[in-house]
Design a protein around this ligand. Structure first.
Ligand SMILES: [Zn+2]
Length: 299
């Protein structure tokens, strides 16, 4: 779920390209957007929230995850490669991941309409330089806790249902490019869902957790606690045997967990670099060198 506000208008002290990377945003008109979503919800969106459909979604997810594991074990496809090319594989993964994000954001928007609240901003923004679809769901914060939870859950859940469906189709199809593309799409959906549900990153899973625990601003409060008061409290506990309160326990564990998650993300980035981005850049370099040689021969 995204409830980003446009980046600060001042932007002083940052270079022009950096400002462009952060602030560029194409937004749809608010009232027309809300009316369009209202129409979609009335025509077909409500179906996704009906009890029988929800049960069917759970069945699809369970079966789809089993099919994904099965297909992974068969080793017919590598989601990081398209044919023999890591470059094409990366482009396909990026495109299909983007399509999954559109479904994710649309699900958030429909959940807001299900709660009879408004969606007045959506579009594409540059997030760390990458075009990313977004929906402003901030109006849901005026709704009840259950509806807020449903709106946070809807995005990654929709992506999970999509990924599970793709995995089942890929598994059922004979080996070929369509099966490979479906498996890549399933992979993109499942990786994105895992990140979105992980509560130690500031994504949907985090918002689900703070609403479930009724602990607003848990992340900044925990990080501030771990950076300072925790160690004094720990010292006092060792000296006097004074017990931690449940609040102190939560702040300490969540703060330490968030710090560990950041470290883990760095390790994961290093492993990804080694196993995927390395061959990817080697391939790009080979192509560039080949093109330069061809240009040299031609001139
Ligand atoms: Zn989301």
């Amino acid at each position: 779920m995204s409830s980003w506000t446009p980046a600060s208008a001042s932007g002083r002290g940052t270079s022009k390209p950096a400002r462009w990377l952060r602030q560029r945003e194409i937004t749809l008109d608010g009232v027309a957007l809300d009316r369009r979503l209202e129409g979609w919800y009335a025509a077909w969106g409500w179906l996704a929230f009906a009890r029988p459909t929800l049960l069917a979604q759970v069945a699809v997810v369970l079966l789809g995850l089993a099919f994904f594991a099965l297909e992974l074990g068969r080793e017919r496809y590598n989601p990081l490669r398209a044919g023999d090319s890591y470059l094409l594989g990366a482009a396909l993964l990026w495109l299909l991941g983007g399509a999954a994000t559109v479904v994710h954001e649309l699900a958030h928007a429909l959940a807001v309409k299900h709660a009879r609240r408004g969606v007045y901003r959506a579009g594409v923004m540059l997030y760390f330089g990458m075009p990313t679809p977004f929906v402003d769901t901030s109006d849901i914060w005026m709704a009840g806790r259950r509806q807020r939870l449903a709106a946070s859950f809807a995005g990654p859940w929709a992506e999970l249902v999509l990924g599970a469906t793709c995995a089942a189709l890929a598994c059922a199809l004979p080996e070929g490019p369509l099966g490979a593309a479906l498996f890549t799409w399933a992979f993109a959906c499942l990786v994105q869902t895992a990140f979105q549900f992980f509560p130690l990153l500031e994504l949907d899973g985090y918002y689900l957790l703070i609403d479930l625990l009724d602990q607003p601003r848990l992340r900044p409060r925990s990080l501030a606690y771990v950076r300072g008061p925790l160690w004094a409290d720990l010292g006092r506990r060792l000296r006097t045997g004074e017990r931690f309160t449940p609040e102190q326990h939560l702040l300490a564990w969540f703060g330490l967990g968030s710090a560990a998650a950041s470290l883990l993300a760095c390790v994961l980035a290093a492993v990804t670099w080694q196993h995927w981005l390395g061959p990817l850049f080697a391939e790009a370099w080979g192509l560039a060198a080949g093109a330069a040689r061809a240009a040299g021969v031609a001139s």
